[in-house]
Design a protein around this ligand. Sequence first.
Ligand code: SAM
Ligand code: SF4
Length: 335
Amino acid sequence: MMQPASSWIDQFGRQKRKLRISVTDRCNFKCLYCMPEHPEWMDKHSLLSFEDLYAFCQFMVERGIDSLRITGGEPLMRQGVVHFIEQLQSLRALGLKRIAMTSNGHYLTKYADALKQAGLDDLNISLDSVDSQLFQQLTQRELAPVLAGIAAAQQAGLSIKINTVLMQGINDSQILPLVAWAKQQQLPLRFIEYMPLDGDAQWQRQQVVTEQQILQQLAPHYQIEALPQDQSPARIYRLDQTYDVGIISTISHAFCGQCDRIRLTAQGELYNCLFAPQGIALKSEIQALAAHSDVARDQLQQRIAEYIWYKKSGFHAIHAQAHSPRKISMHMLGG
Ligand code: SAM
Ligand code: SF4
């Protein structure tokens, strides 16, 4: 297939519509499956400013991106992020349909109302245990502020989903308690298979709790019905005809066939895939774009279109070829 002149489409015909922006790599948590033991934070002065990020988002929305997700590190640790979300509202006139955030929930008692007022459409909150001791073990932080944050987000009227990463022998004991809790709270819950994106590259396949294993744990307690799959990467299962649980099984059933996502790090590196061995550094062009340079606009158009075009078919194609661990992990890519 020939590369088309201008659109965010890859060689497999997958149009990119979703852009994830990491606004910081910093985080107050130290999740076992994400943060390195000794994180080396990006220099704060090296991050793209919100003006730069706004210019980039506008550029991307004008070319077909219709959904933005703000992530991190912990996005609520970056000063000014709520105001940034407010500013992004003006891109709806250009075709932006959805502004979302992924957060660990710790600061939500402070920010939930402001996020709602700023026009946030969706909020994903990570919660890997409802047992406070295990939560502490997993994140090195307390559970109580997160539960209070979730309650504040519900109170504020935000649309919430709970995301849980499972690790074999660590928190697979939480499958049933989390389902019971989320069902009782009437909150959508999605389990995510542990991916080889941890900061210290310690991932091993046997640590993954697979979709099948999750279903095996649920089966004695619920009547399970698989629902037809839509565009989302999660497979949805209806429990007792009343409550839906999602499972994102990147490892056991990669969902790459329809992938419409790309990602930008806080320092302006674009990744065409979570598992891409390399991104492209766009910081200087994005800064020039924000300063209204037409040359930068043309360069960005060309470089991004070409990079997206060569996106690989998916996780298995990349993982099979990977020889050395990458320098980038989930706390920089944002999930
Ligand atoms: N700090 C925020 C949070 O935890 O929600 C946003 C950033 S975090 C990197 C985004 C998502 O990536 C979270 O849902 C987290 O659980 C998930 N994640 C991190 N490392 C992962 C891994 N190795 N495998 C699967 N998911 C992972
Ligand atoms: Fe922080 Fe989120 Fe990574 Fe946990 S998953 S360490 S909360 S960035």
